[in-house]
Design a protein around this ligand. Sequence first.
Ligand SMILES: [Zn+2]
Length: 457
Amino acid sequence: MGPRDKQGFGMNHESPLLFTARWVLGPEGVIENGCVHIAGGRILAVCPREDVPASLMEKQPGTEHRDLGEALILPGLVNAHCHAPMTLFRGAADDMELLPWLERRIWPLEAELTREITFLGTMLACAEMAAAGITCFADMYVWSNETARAVHDVGLRAVLSEGLLGFPTRSYGSVEESLALTRSFMEEYAAHPRISFAPAPHTAFTSTEEQLVQSYALSKELDSPWLIHAAETASENSRVLEMHGQRTIPYLDSLGCLGERAVLVHAVDLTPEEVEIIAARGAKIVHCPRSNWKLASGMAPVHALGAAGVTMALGTDGAASNNSLDILGEMRAAALGAKIRQMDPTALPAAEVLAMATRNGAAALRLPGSGMLKPGQPADLCVLNFAGPHLQPCHDPLSHAVYAAQGSDVCLTMVDGRIVYDHGAFPTLDYPALLEAGHEVQAHMRKVLDRKGRQER
Ligand SMILES: [Zn+2]
C-alpha cells in the first residue's frame, strides 16, 4: 500500500496553487474572502483575495485556482498525543475499569500484533486523521518504525516514538536495548521532511529511572521533544509516591526531566504547587479530555495551567479510549469541560482552544512554523465546509469551528503542499483495500476475544 498519487490537482509539490474561500484564518485573525497561495509545498501569501498581486501570480506561472466557496481554511490541526495502531481496538472494550480493560481486552489483542498489523492500524488512523483535518500528530507505541512507514506513505507530518517500558518488548527486545532503538530511529529519520522521532518513556512508574534520565539526555543531545504520560490519574500519583517517595511531577523534576522539552500527556491529577513547577520549568502539557472522561480519570486543571502560562496542546489519545481521532471534537470537549470544571462560562474561550489544536501543538512538538498559515511556512492546512445545516447561519466562523463543527465537516486536508484528503477521496492511499484488510484483522481479533471469554468462563 504505497503512495499512489492519482493524477491531478495539487498532487505535485511544485505545482503552484491558489485556494480561495469565504474565510481564511491568517496569523492576525479571520480574513473574509481570503486566499492562500502555495508553491513548492510552502505558503507564499495569505491575504484578502483582491490583494493577491498580479506580479505574484506572474512569478508563479501555471498557478491553478481552486475556489472552496462557503468554507473556512484553517492551519492544519495538530493531534499532540495518539497511539495510532490502537485504532484497530476501537470499540473492542468500553465501559470497563482500567485493569480488566487492559488484562481482558487490550493486552490479549496487543499480543496478536505483528509488524504488518501495526502498519495497517496506522494506515487506518492516518486516513481517519487526514479526513478530520489533522496534518500532524505525535504517537507513542511499539514497532514505531512501522508507524513511520505508514505515515511516510500517507503523507502526514508526525513526531513518533517507541514507548519505553521497564520490561522487554517484542519490538525492542531487552530494556537495555530500548534506548538504542530510540536513538537509531531518531538518527535514521533526522533528515526526513515530515517525520521525526522523540524519546518517550511510557510513564514514571512503568519506565525505569535509567530510561527516564537517559532518554531526557537523548532529547537534549538530538534536539527533540520528550514525551511521557504524566499525572493521568490519582492512582498513578499514589503508585509513584509509593515507589519513589514523591508524586509524578516532583519525581520527574528531581530527575531533571521536567525541562522545556518535556511534553506531559494528560496532567490531570495536579496540585497547585505542581502546576507552578510545570510552569516554572517550561514543560508543556497535552490535554486529552475525552480519553480522561471515558476512563473516568478526571479533568485536567486547564484553567490553572493556562493562568500559570503553561503551553497546552490537545490530543485524542488512542481510539481504544476515546473512541475517535477527531481533534475538532476534542476542541469542543476541552472548551465545555473547562467551563464546567470552573463553573465559569468564560473559561477556555474558542480562540484559545483553537490555538491549542494548532500552534500550541506545533510548539509543544518543537515544530516551529507549523500550526499557522503564514508566508514561508510549510503548506499544512485543512478546510471546513460550512454548507451543512448545522453550520447555518454563520456569525463567527471560529465559534463554529469550536462549538458547532465536527471532523466530518472537513472537506480537504493538505500536508507539505500535497493533498491527502479531498471531498471523500484519499489521493495517497488505496482506501477500499485498506478497509478490506481492516475487516480481516477485526475478524481475527474477534476470535481472540471470544477465546479469551471462553477461558474466563
Ligand atoms: Zn496515551
